[in-house]
Design a protein around this ligand. Structure first.
Ligand SMILES: NC(=O)c1ccc[n+]([C@@H]2O[C@H](COP(=O)([O-])OP(=O)(O)OC[C@H]3O[C@@H](n4cnc5c(N)ncnc54)[C@H](O)[C@@H]3O)[C@@H](O)[C@H]2O)c1
Length: 357
């Protein structure tokens, strides 16, 4: 049965991957609700924007009136909530926006969704779902020998970003428990892949390297992250939204634990092979690695136990880190135009006329 999804934050890195996946691989339809902050990029949706099953609403999730209007206009079956401020460094420099969007915005979306859900006829009401997309950072950090994060791990967020996401998860649980809103929560590990904003580790390193700029690694680079290819996350999100048990939480992870420095070294090796430097002094990109002062409160290790989603919903990632990272590097090398438009700011103004791969 075809569903109508309302996806908040659909112009972001993961949201756009979910939308491309739904439009290209299913017959469901999508309304993308996004107010296009610096992280929102409609260029990432060029390949699907003319599909009749795709619509876009430029709306702020903190605006109750506009959210109410959008819900009543589009009458979605499933809300998938990804809109957020998502960059830890920005949350350290200016936390307020994180509190507003991630906590207040989630509250507004929950309240308006509840009103909308209560107004539905029984048939539609019984099928409605609110799926909140969250992060493994809510669990805090792990020692090198600790067991992995499960759905039962107590919350212990470290950064303002993680604390704001933890708060939003608690709100979603409260709206389920108190008002019976049919909710689902997913907590995922670090994503990587095409169309990621170049402030994040992997695109930053690729783009700096090919320009011969330093590759800044926080502290000793020994922080461990569990990496998941973004399309594998998109597939998991769709599965949970369609088949997950109401009221449940699912952890999603790639089972790819790597130190940040290892990730940078792997990227350098791939780039040496695919795009050797034309600058005389740079024989290997690893020469560009530069250790910089560590991030305040930097978590040592995140790692997800994805047993529940694997067992209950039969999900597993298609990409290994080796295959996904190679695809990712190739994508950035072949889509320099997308990156240039982000860097010069034109992605926020004039639209591109032609599709890019
Ligand atoms: N990137 C990761 O590795 C990762 C991992 C786990 C979970 N998550 C979660 O997944 C979600 C998406 O992450 P991402 O990396 O795609 O983020 P992103 O920063 O790339 O995109 C966020 C999107 O939300 C939109 N947005 C922000 N504030 C808004 C508002 N007030 N109203 C409407 N739209 C707004 C932005 O314009 C942007 O399009 C977030 O909730 C994040 O916490 C991310």
């Amino acid at each position: 049965m075809n569903k109508k999804f309302l996806i908040s934050g659909g112009a972001g890195f993961i949201g756009s991957a979910v939308i491309r996946y739904i439009i290209n691989n299913t017959s469901h339809s999508v309304v993308n609700v996004d107010n296009l902050t610096y992280a929102g990029n409609l260029d990432s949706l060029l390949s699907v924007e003319n599909d009749p099953r795709y619509e876009f609403e430029k709306v702020d999730i903190c605006n109750s009136k506009d959210i109410g209007l959008v819900l009543n206009k589009h009458k979605p079956d499933i809300i998938m909530h990804l809109a957020a401020e998502s960059h830890v460094d920005r949350s350290i420099d200016s936390p307020r926006k994180f509190i507003e969007t991630n906590i207040l915005g989630t509250y507004v979306l929950l309240e308006q969704s509840k009103e909308y859900w209560l107004s539905l006829n029984d048939k539609k009401k019984n099928k409605f779902k609110f799926h909140h997309v969250s992060t493994d950072e809510v669990y805090g950090d792990l020692g090198q020998k600790d067991i992995l994060f499960t759905e039962e791990t107590p919350y212990a967020p470290s950064s303002p970003y993680a604390a704001s996401k933890a708060s939003s998860d608690h709100l979603v649980r409260a709206w389920h428990r108190t008002f019976n809103l049919p909710t689902l929560i997913t907590n995922c590990s670090n994503n990587y892949g095409p169309y990621q904003f170049p402030e994040k580790l992997i695109p930053l390193m690729i783009l700096n390297a090919i320009e011969g700029k330093p590759l800044p690694v926080y502290g000793n680079g020994r922080q461990v992250r569990d990496w998941l290819y973004v399309d594998d996350h998109a597939k998991a999100l769709l599965l949970v939204a369609l088949e997950g048990e109401i009221g449940s939480t699912y952890n999603i992870g790639g089972n790819n634990q790597l130190q940040n420095i290892e990730v940078v070294q792997i990227l350098c090796d791939i780039l040496d092979d695919l795009a050797p430097s034309k600058i005389d002094d740079i024989r290997h990109y690893k020469q560009l690695v530069t250790n910089v002062e560590d991030r305040a409160g930097h978590d040592l290790r995140y790692a997800i136990d994805a047993t529940k989603i694997t067992k209950d919903l039969n999900w597993k990632p298609d990409e290994t880190f080796a295959s996904g990272i190679k695809k990712t590097v190739k994508w950035y090398l072949e889509n320099i135009n997308w990156c240039d438009r982000v860097k010069d700011g034109s992605y926020q103004g004039e639209r591109l006329g032609t599709s890019q791969s």
